[in-house]
Design a binder for this molecule. Structure first.
Ligand SMILES: C[S@@+](CC[C@H](N)C(=O)[O-])C[C@H]1O[C@@H](n2cnc3c(N)ncnc32)[C@H](O)[C@@H]1O
Length: 264
């Protein structure tokens, strides 16, 4: 397997991308803790995180399962090396970083209570293989939660042609690299096919009146803009949109799918 449409080492601006992931995690940390608790994470759980990146979300998982363990799976050696430092309180039974792909987990069957994949499956060429592999390593009664984008949930009103162009371009580029910017709506069926039961899908949308626009812009455009390289003046676009949003002339909203299922 490959890292599909998210190959950290070849992104043109790795420091910016790491900072973007940190901002994304911090801005919604409280909200995300609620989502994870509702999805079933418990203090003593053995937790698996697929595509942990630099470990900002791993830190939250460790906080929510302090008496258990955390297995963080990440193909990028550069990102994996940052996890130790970013997980501030290690779980009692240990933090285990694994350099691996999600469809070949270095874990035995029936060893995990709770699994989480956040903004990962949209980048993976065969996401259904990852979902099946997660199912294999989970214990009966364990729950898997996947959070991912779906560009059908992005609203800019009035429309901004530069944004529409970035989205169209990102959809095509990501698809050409094996990713899928419309994966959110497909996760439920993927989980059911892999054998998960009690699968629930929820859509969570946030608007430019709920998150600082800089954060929302970064979430929406940061990665996509980097796919375009220098073809777009991102700073100018940000400044134009910020002015509109601050003046109440433009509404921006973006949603994610939160899909969770249980191993029978
Ligand atoms: C957009 S980042 C999200 C990182 C983190 N989950 C977060 O939300 O901050 C996607 C991550 O998935 C990783 N990734 C890409 N392909 C993968 C695969 N096949 N299996 C597991 N992880 C993968 C990338 O290296 C990257 O760290």
């Amino acid at each position: 397997m490959s890292t599909g449409s998210y190959n950290f080492e070849t992104l043109n601006d790795t420091a910016f991308q790491a900072e973007r992931l940190r901002q994304q995690a911090q801005a919604v940390r409280g909200l995300e803790a609620g989502i994870l608790r509702a999805a079933g994470i418990q203090p003593g759980h053995d937790v698996l995180e697929i595509g942990s990146g630099p470990g900002f979300v791993s830190d939250l998982l460790a906080e929510l399962a302090p008496d258990g363990s955390l297995h963080a799976v990440e193909p990028s050696a550069v990102l994996l090396a940052q996890i130790e430092a970013n997980v501030r309180a290690k779980p009692a039974r240990g933090l285990f970083p694994h350099q691996a792909f999600g469809d070949a987990l270095p874990l035995p069957a029936d060893s995990i209570d709770f699994s989480y994949a956040r903004f990962v499956l949209q980048h993976v060429p065969r996401p259904e293989a990852v979902v099946r592999e997660v199912h294999r390593v989970m214990r009966s009664g364990g729950r898997f939660c996947a959070v991912d984008s779906d560009d059908g949930l992005v609203i800019f009103h009035p429309e901004e042609p530069r944004v529409s162009a970035v989205l169209r371009n990102a959809q095509a580029t990501q698809a050409a690299q094996g990713g899928d910017r419309f994966i959110g709506r497909k996760l439920q069926e993927m989980m059911i096919r892999a054998g998960f039961i009690n699968v629930k899908s929820r859509v969570l949308a946030l608007t430019s009146t709920e998150l600082p626009f800089a954060v929302l812009f970064n979430i929406l455009m940061g990665y996509k803009a980097s796919l375009l390289g220098d073809a777009l003046d991102v700073r100018k676009l940000f400044e134009d949109l910020s002015a509109d949003v601050a003046a109440g002339r433009r509404m921006v909203a973006a949603g994610v799918f939160i899909v969770s299922g249980e191993k029978a």
